[in-house]
Design a protein around this ligand. Structure first.
Ligand code: ADP
Length: 407
């Protein structure tokens, strides 16, 4: 089965093609046979398309005014030129799309229909940087590949069974009925990591209480019991919860009222401040990239140190919240850019948590191989570093949906 995955972000369109030749899904993710990235913002004058396939890397310039044409060009490279990996585009069996917001409508991956498109469209106000680009990808595929099955895999789906006490905000209940509730995000990553953790530990997923720490530019924690998301730090939008690269995470909402009343902030200004000018960048000032923060902190920069300290403080507070939600812990997972690569973040997160039975092995933590346990031999709880594979998880969902349809 040939599965094309599209992962559209606010400024990029990532895509890859998996070929599954076995009867069952392989246990470990295979390498895609073709990978492409369109970056619409790296250059002011044109978009950049980069392709990697057959051991060859190619790049092209794209007209940023014509994004659909850019997607056509990207798909063209699947069956033409040095990066050709298939005879014709109709050899693709299914296309999976990462969709950030599926609202409360979807608890699993879903075939794209007109109704699904309408729901993704109606949710644009809740995910203005993502949902329009998902629709753009869906329409481009329809135009180029015709009636190939398309499947939407929602970031929110994994959290759809979150109990009501975690999902409802303590504001007048009518707002919950109007859709103002906690949805949670990064679901594909949290779900993949929980399943991988069970596989690494060779234990049934249903027997494990897991806290998954997805620490990338955007960051969230999820408390998982019985394979189900019980609580998560992101909420109505991906702004809630942890301190992030440029997002504030949770703050006292009265600050917003104060800024509106005393400093004439409007919605646009508040949005920009909280989503783009806050978090690590807001405190350090020069960058929201954790590598720069750590580097500057090591050079003695006080604001970098403060940004780092707040990040750890918030992370540990939220960890406590997740811990209480599932009433204990059987495994702690670190994943995504910071979670997978930063030993100091993992170490500081776990400091003084021996009373929980959580103890990190400093040597293993310094240079972990991916998908291994970095806990000390006398730790009661494994601490895993897992390489998240969202695209592969989307491909697996597609494979399952298509297989179910056939049987
Ligand atoms: P996104 O949310 O954009 O997918 P990623 O998961 O790629 O983000 O994570 C990006 C973050 O990971 C950045 O803050 C980057 O600085 C951080 N990161 C990557 N490598 C390291 C490292 N070795 N040490 C600390 N942070 C790192």
């Amino acid at each position: 089965m040939k599965i094309l995955v599209l992962n559209a972000g606010s400024s990029s369109q990532k895509s890859c093609l998996y070929e599954i030749t076995t009867q069952n899904l392989p246990e470990n993710p295979p390498k895609p046979i073709w990978e492409a990235t369109i970056d619409w913002t790296a250059n002011q004058n044109y978009g950049i398309l980069e392709i990697e396939a057959n051991g060859v890397k190619k790049d092209f310039k794209l007209n940023p005014e014509k994004r659909q044409e850019g997607i056509s060009k990207m798909l063209e490279t699947l069956s033409q030129g040095e990066t050709k990996v298939i005879e014709k585009l109709s050899d693709i069996n299914v296309v999976g799309h990462r969709v950030v917001h599926g609202g409360s409508e979807y608890s699993e991956a879903t075939f794209v229909t007109d109704k699904v498109k309408t729901i993704i469209k109606n949710l644009i106000p809740l995910a203005p940087n993502h949902n329009p680009h998902h629709l753009e990808g869906i329409e481009a595929i329809k135009k180029i590949l015709g009636d190939v099955p398309q499947i939407a895999v929602f970031d929110t789906a994994f959290h759809s069974q979150m109990p009501k006490e975690a999902a409802v905000y303590p504001i007048p209940y009518q707002w919950f009925q109007k859709g103002i509730r906690r949805y949670g995000f990064h679901g594909t990553s949290h779900k993949y990591c929980s399943q991988k953790a069970a596989q690494i530990l060779n234990k049934p997923l249903a027997s494990l209480r897991i806290i998954s720490c997805h620490l990338g530019n955007g960051a969230s924690l999820t408390a998982i019991r019985n394979g189900i998301s019980i609580n998560t730090t992101m909420g109505f939008t991906p702004l809630e919860g942890l301190m992030m690269g440029t997002r504030s995470g949770s703050i006292d909402s009265a600050i917003l009222i104060y800024l509106m009343q005393e400093y004439n902030f409007d919605a646009e200004k508040l949005n920009k401040m909280l989503n783009q000018e806050s978090g690590l960048k807001g405190i350090y000032g020069k960058s929201g990239d954790m590598r720069y923060i750590i580097n500057a902190m090591e050079q003695g920069d006080e604001l970098a140190q403060l940004a780092f300290d707040i990040y750890i403080h918030k992370l540990r507070c939220c960890l406590g919240e997740m811990l209480a939600s599932i009433g204990g812990l059987d495994v702690l997972v670190f994943t995504a850019g910071i979670g997978e690569n930063s030993a100091i973040i993992r170490e500081k997160t776990c400091v003084n948590l021996e009373f929980l039975g959580l103890k990190i092995d400093h040597k293993k933590n310094t240079k972990p191989t991916m998908n291994t346990d970095i806990s000390a031999s006398d730790s009661q709880i494994p601490i895993l570093v897992i390489h998240t594979q969202e695209d592969w998880a989307i491909a697996c969902e597609c494979w399952q949906k298509i297989s179910q349809k056939k049987s």
